[in-house]
Design a protein around this ligand. Structure first.
Ligand code: GP9
Ligand code: MN
Length: 428
């Protein structure tokens, strides 16, 4: 009930970290692109296969002097996979320990999500995805989140071999979206959800421009091919943005939503990475995904802060000059010097700057060494981090399962009226 909200509010007051004054508002008023790189893992950045870079475009973007990139950024999804990533990215709320919160709570719950917040700051908001609108209950959840437009598969051009796996091929998808992007009043917030680099990485010969890897694990070996295809699609899209001038007028945020290669393929992963073995610690580190923010004039570089998907929203809003202190957001600004650097996984495991805690085992995050005899100081620090993780997950779950945001409206925010949204405008 509403008294649970008081607990959440008290927690927020205590745990909020201030924005970094050197970055706050640095991208104010710019368009925002949130580019979802399906199943894209951090190890692909600068990775070479068969003597060549797999993802030259993304590598270049990662190292661009106006891109802030993170090399200790983790996905934090559970069973809800893509939908958990979306929930975290745009609400700074965790997915649930079971199922998909977007499915179970996306329709009825009250949210204070990125599209609604930015819409009320003058942004037009749109989501693009070449799959049916009902997948992960997007058609309903996006209304709750305040998306003005949702360009789903009904907008896609149709043709032989245009689709593969879950939807429209990335190159066609991103090319097609231009005609809708061009009609959005600026500034806009546009989320583009790619899909081709999704297990089992199907791709026609004509689009395969790098050989498969040769681990012999057939669920793994196609991954570099679809990753390369995604990279080429992004290259075409960035070229379009540069040609139209949008590149110089936009924040471009890219992130990998979760692993592509699951933990069951350790042997093949060892071969890909050229390592002796694949330990639980290695598996935890293998959950890193890219998180990159490019904006004109931004002081870029590779940032080593430990963080995850839950932290994206406050980071982005602060760059846009939006104060988040009245919002219920469980993440914290990754550019803040005071970020706690504790990354919660949905099963209660975590990685922090100091420790990696996997079930009963504790590792030194910097070295990967298994710590068997903790000093009293380490024990106390570990307990503090564990409590932090448990509280984060428990309170976020309360917010979602108790629909607590209906009891609280941040200062200056207008609750979303779901009845005002309808994505069937051109479907007759
Ligand atoms: C489907 C796509 C895939 O629309 O987003 O979802 P996933 O299987 O990655 O959760
Ligand atoms: Mn996904």
């Amino acid at each position: 009930d509403s008294s649970d909200m008081d607990e959440v509010l008290a927690y927020m007051k205590k745990n909020q970290v201030p924005a970094n004054v050197n970055y706050f508002g640095k991208a104010e008023g710019k368009n925002v692109f949130v580019i979802h790189l399906e199943s894209f893992q951090q190890f692909l950045i600068d990775y070479q296969s068969n003597g060549e870079e797999v993802t030259p475009t993304l590598n270049q973007f990662y190292h661009d002097s106006n891109t802030v990139s993170f090399d200790n950024f983790f996905h934090q999804v559970g069973q809800g996979k893509t939908s958990d990533a979306e929930m975290m990215l745009e609400n700074s709320l965790y997915g649930l320990s079971q199922g998909s919160a977007m499915v179970t709570n996306g329709t009825e719950n009250t949210f204070q999500a990125a599209p609604a917040i930015l819409n009320q700051k003058g942004y037009t908001t749109a989501a693009f995805h070449g799959d049916v609108a009902s997948f992960w209950n997007r058609d309903n959840a996006y209304k709750s989140w305040g998306y003005n437009y949702f360009f789903d598969s009904t907008y896609d051009s149709k043709g032989e071999n245009f689709n593969v796996g879950y939807g429209l091929k990335d190159k066609i998808f991103l090319k097609d979206s231009a005609q809708y992007l061009e009609q959005l009043p600026q500034p806009f917030y546009a989320k583009m959800i790619t899909v081709t680099n999704h297990y089992p990485y199907p791709l026609d010969e004509a689009n395969a421009t790098i050989p498969k890897t040769t681990t012999g694990d057939s669920t793994v070996d196609g991954y570099v091919q679809t990753a390369r295809y995604l990279d080429e699609a992004i290259n075409e899209f960035l070229t379009y943005l540069k040609t139209t001038g949008l590149y110089d007028n936009s924040v471009i945020l890219m992130y990998g939503d979760h692993y592509g290669i699951s933990s069951n393929h350790g042997k093949a992963v060892s071969q890909l990475l050229g390592t002796e073995e694949y330990t639980d610690f290695d598996d935890a580190m293998f959950q890193k995904v890219p998180f990159m923010i490019h904006a004109p004039g931004l002081a870029g570089g590779v940032n080593h802060t430990y963080g995850g998907e839950i932290d994206v929203l406050p980071t982005l809003l602060h760059l846009l000059g939006v104060d988040t202190k009245d919002y219920i957001q469980f993440g914290s600004d990754l550019l803040s010097d005071e970020n706690k650097q504790v990354v919660a996984f949905r099963n209660g495991n975590f990685v922090s700057k100091q420790f990696t805690k996997l079930s009963g085992d504790v590792y030194d995050t910097a070295t990967g060494e298994l710590l068997t005899n903790l000093t009293p100081v380490q024990t106390a620090e570990l307990k503090k981090e564990k409590d932090y993780v448990d509280t984060q997950l428990a309170l976020s779950d309360k917010v979602i399962t108790g629909d607590l945001l209906r009891f609280y409206t941040p200062d200056g925010f207008k609750p979303v009226d779901k009845t005002q949204y309808n994505y069937k405008y051109n479907k007759g």
